[in-house]
Write a protein of this length. Structure first.
Length: 256
């Protein structure tokens, strides 16, 4: 049996519970999410092969393929992706960023209950700048993964509508929990505050000075071209109330 090609592993990361590593094999780049899938691509991000791990659940493989694997390929092309959920309505997109557990997927699922709202992303939102100074969110995922109340593990839920076309980004919402908050508050943020709110949500696969420079350029342009809003709430505010307010940001943008 022919041995597998040698890989010089450049990055090994096990911080999220799923072992991830990537490295170089000859002229190719190889990435592996242990127990889920692996891929081989050119160094410019063109996919050559993608292999599910033996016994990996099909829905988990699909989530990784559409999410982190696609984000990894985009990163090789110097394109940026956010850890975020995103929805579209009448060609306009709203993106939710925030730490794990703050309700990004929940907000996407609640907004997708409204007529005409389409899912763009559950966990990885692909952001692209297009000619004319506009920013688009590219459809990346078709299922929302929500925690099962019975066991705590996440399961995929498919909304009635999944976007097939990019949508123009009109607002990025930074979700924040504040135990001292008396009500739900929306506040526009700009400049350094907006950059700081989005910086932790950048999907990255390495840490280099050249990457950091590209990231700050990307975030600076995003802040200039888009509305950035902080959504601050306590645990007492109902998710539907938040989803109503966020959907209002979309409808307001449509009427401007």
């Amino acid at each position: 049996m022919k041995p597998p090609p040698h890989v010089d592993w450049a990055v090994v990361d096990e911080t999220d519970g799923i072992g991830f590593r990537w490295g170089y094999s000859g002229e190719d780049i190889v990435a592996e999410w242990a127990g889920v899938l692996s891929l081989r691509a050119t160094r410019s991000g063109e996919l050559k092969a993608l292999l599910p791990a033996p016994g990996a659940p099909e829905d988990l493989v699909e989530k990784a393929r559409l999410g982190v694997a696609t984000a990894f390929l985009r990163a090789q092309r110097h394109q940026h992706t956010l850890h975020a959920s995103a929805v579209a309505w009448q060609g306009k997109a709203l993106v939710c960023v925030g730490a794990s557990g703050l309700g990004k997927s929940t907000m996407a699922e609640r907004m997708c209950r409204r007529p005409g709202v389409e899912l763009l992303a559950d966990d990885t939102a692909a952001i692209e700048f297009v000619p004319g100074g506009r920013v688009h969110v590219v459809p990346s995922e078709s299922a929302i993964w929500l925690a099962n109340e019975g066991c705590g593990s996440k399961e995929p839920l498919r909304p009635s509508l999944a976007a097939r076309q990019p949508a123009a980004l009109v607002c990025v919402v930074s979700l924040v929990f504040d135990a001292a908050a008396r009500s739900f508050e929306l506040q526009d943020i700009r400049g350094g505050d907006a950059v700081s709110a989005m910086l932790p949500s950048l999907v990255r696969f390495e840490n280099t000075s050249s990457l950091w420079a590209r990231e700050f350029d990307f975030l600076g342009d995003l802040v200039l071209q888009s509305r950035i809003v902080q959504a601050r709430r306590s645990y007492d505010v109902a998710p539907d109330a938040i989803a109503d307010a966020l959907f209002g940001l979309l409808t307001e943008a449509r009427n401007e």
